[in-house]
Design a protein around this ligand. Structure first.
Ligand SMILES: CC(C)(COP(=O)(O)OP(=O)(O)OC[C@H]1O[C@@H](n2cnc3c(N)ncnc32)[C@H](O)[C@@H]1OP(=O)(O)O)[C@@H](O)C(=O)NCCC(=O)NCCS
Length: 223
C-alpha cells in the first residue's frame, strides 16, 4: 500500500481500508476548487499522486474521465452542515466512480482502525486504535479521534477538534473547529457542534450544540 512507503507516516499495524482503495494507482480528479481542494492538492503532490484535473462547480469535465479510469477526491469542505459533500459524493458513486482515500504523510493512524471509502485525514490529525470512520468522512488538520471512536458517513471533524475515547457520532455531522467531546459521548446524526464548544453529555439527531458546556440550541437561534 502506497502510504507505507512514506518515511513520515506513523502507521499502526492493523489499519484497514476497503480492498479497492488499496490499489491507489489511478489518476485523480478533485471535485471542488476552494480552500479544502487546495489543501488536498498539496497533500496529493506530497503523496506523488497524479492529479489530472480540478473541477469547479460545473462537473461537465468529468465526461472526459470514465469511472474505471480515474478516482475522485472530495474537494468540498464544510463549515456547518455536510449536505453538499454528501450530495456530490452520492451523485458520483451512483455514476460508478470510486473515491480515493487521502491520508497526509504527517497523519497518525493507530492499529485496528477501519476506514470507509473516500476518507480524508489531513496533516497532524490522529486516529487512535480501534476507531471506525465511515465513508466520505473528513478528519481535518490537527484534529484528534481517540481510541474506539465511531464517526458516521459524510461527517467532518474540523481543524483542531478533539474527540475523546469511545465517542460515537452519527452520519452527516459537523464537529466545529477546536470543539471538544468528552469520552463515551453519543451524538445522533446530522449534529452540529459549534467551534470551540465542549460536549459533555449525549444529544439526539439534529442537535445544534453551542457553548461550554454545550447546550442544544434551536435552529432559529443561529443564522
Ligand atoms: C455554530 C455556527 C455554525 C453558527 O454560525 P451562524 O449561524 O453564522 O451564527 P451567528 O454567528 O449568527 O451566531 C448566532 C448566535 O450563536 C452564538 N454562537 C455562534 N457560534 C457559536 C459557538 N461556536 N459557540 C458558542 N456560541 C456561538 C453567537 O454568539 C450568537 O449568539 P447571540 O445571538 O447571543 O449573539 C458557527 O459559529 C460555527 O461555530 N461554525 C463552525 C465553523 C467551523 O467548524 N469551521 C470549520 C472550517 S474547516
Amino acid at each position: 500500500m502506497f502510504l507505507l512507503k512514506s518515511p513520515f507516516l506513523i502507521q499502526g499495524k492493523g489499519y484497514s481500508m476497503k480492498k479497492k482503495q488499496i490499489s491507489n494507482k489511478k489518476p485523480i480528479v478533485i471535485l471542488g476548487a476552494g480552500g479544502h481542494s487546495r489543501v488536498l492538492y498539496d497533500c496529493l503532490e506530497l503523496l506523488k499522486r497524479n492529479v489530472l484535473d480540478v473541477c469547479e462547480d460545473d462537473h461537465d469535465i468529468l465526461k472526459n474521465y470514465k469511472p474505471q479510469k480515474v478516482e475522485l477526491v472530495m474537494g468540498i469542505g464544510s463549515v456547518r452542515d455536510t449536505d453538499l459533500r454528501r450530495a456530490i459524493y452520492l451523485k458520483f458513486k451512483n455514476k460508478g466512480y470510486d473515491f480515493a482515500t487521502v491520508i497526509h504523510p504527517l497523519a497518525s493512524i493507530g492499529s485496528k482502525v477501519q476506514m470507509g471509502e473516500g476518507v480524508q485525514v489531513m496533516a497532524g490529525a490522529i486516529i487512535q486504535i480501534g476507531s471506525r470512520v465511515g465513508d466520505n468522512v473528513l478528519i481535518n488538520t490537527n484534529s484528534v479521534l481517540d481510541h474506539d471512536c465511531e464517526i458516521g458517513d459524510h461527517s467532518h471533524v474540523a481543524p483542531g477538534a478533539t474527540i475523546s475515547g469511545g465517542v460515537k457520532i452519527g452520519a452527516e455531522s459537523h464537529i466545529g473547529t477546536g470543539a471538544s467531546i468528552i469520552q463515551g459521548i453519543r451524538l445522533g446524526s446530522r449534529c452540529l457542534v459549534g467551534a470551540g464548544s465542549a460536549v459533555v453529555k449525549n444529544f439526539p439527531d439534529g442537535s445544534i450544540l453551542l457553548g461550554c458546556p454545550a447546550k442544544n440550541c434551536k435552529k432559529s437561534q443561529v443564522g
